[in-house]
Write a protein that binds this ligand. Structure first.
Ligand code: NAP
Length: 280
């Protein structure tokens, strides 16, 4: 068996076509979807992620503004969020990761208003997700789920999520539960992780370690969604060792070309949705 590769680029392209039509409708009514981004770092990866987002947004007719804070304080970030929260021309607000150490992320999360929190990072958004009525869930988690759903429904399947971060693993587990999957979440203290992973119908991997999941951790025919992005020798690689997993899995999302490109498009969908909600 060789895994069917899940093409995030193609899926993103199809969704962007529909998104462009929605932006045109909004613009006809005098509303320009607008994303405001805090770049609180001179981190090169964060700048690269932002450039991709800004380029894609511009192609779609979405405005993007960014504020680069070289040595930000929590107060700087919160102050920008509060000002954008009250600005009716701003549809969505996000903070580009990684956020430098020393920032009180709890205070930043508390300041993000759910209606504009397009990457679902705020405390209100996370609470809504927990209650099953999300405003905007984190785009990466939505993208991972959307790719898995191209293969079939997740309802009733055993989904194993490796990673429990607030930005990926936990929200993804909640989205899967809301779709009636049976969910197991693994983390660094999980015992017998390989054995648990082998029991997954769908295995989601968000660990941040290149090649962490190998072929012997995957059940024959399982769907494997690789969320990891790691730079190794100047190349982008995932958390899944594709050379050993591809011969075993039924489907695999590649890195690059899987979750990543879809995440950008889904984030921009959230920006458009936020703008649409302002007109009811
Ligand atoms: N494609 C995209 O759009 C996108 C977006 C965001 C992130 N990512 C990528 O996704 C990956 C995860 O990101 P993140 O922000 O969730 O990372 P993170 O905050 O560092 O969380 C990593 C998670 O992996 C777990 N873990 C670490 N070592 C482990 C081990 N040996 N066994 C089992 N679990 C282990 C950690 O467990 P503990 O909780 O016990 O520490 C933690 O829950 C990274 O590669 C990141 O670059 C991709």
């Amino acid at each position: 068996m060789t895994a069917h590769l899940l093409d995030g680029k193609q899926l993103a392209k199809a969704r962007r076509k529909r998104l462009m039509e929605r932006v045109a409708l909004l613009r006809n009514r005098g509303i320009i979807p607008h994303l405001s981004v805090i770049l609180p770092t001179c981190d090169e990866a964060a700048r690269a992620y932002f450039r991709v987002k800004a380029r894609t947004a511009t192609q779609l007719g979405i405005e993007v503004e960014s504020i680069t804070l070289e040595a930000p304080s929590t107060a700087d970030i919160v102050s920008h969020i509060k000002s954008w929260a009250h600005d009716s021309t701003v549809s969505g607000i996000m903070i580009e990761a990684p956020v430098p150490p020393g920032i009180d992320m709890q205070a930043v999360r508390n300041a993000l208003p759910a209606a504009k929190d397009v990457d679902g990072a705020g405390i209100e958004s996370l609470g809504r997700l927990l209650s099953g009525k999300p405003a905007f869930p984190p785009a990466t988690a939505v993208a991972a789920l959307a790719l898995a759903e191209t293969v079939g429904e997740v309802a009733g399947k055993h989904a194993v999520v490796i990673g429990r971060s607030l930005v990926v693993g936990r929200p993804l587990a909640l989205l899967l539960l809301a779709r009636d999957a049976t969910v197991t979440v693994c983390h660094s203290k999980t015992r017998n992780l390989s054995e648990i992973a082998r029991r997954a119908d769908i295995l989601f991997v968000a660990v941040g370690r290149a090649g962490f999941v190998t072929g012997e951790m995957v059940a024959p025919g399982a769907i494997v969604i690789d969320i990891g992005t790691n730079a190794v020798d100047g190349k982008l690689v995932g958390d899944v060792d594709a050379s050993t997993v591809e011969p075993v899995a039924g489907a695999l999302s590649p890195v690059p070309g899987g979750v990543g490109p879809l995440t950008t498009t889904l984030l921009l969908e959230h920006v458009v949705q936020a703008a649409e909600r302002t007109i009811g």
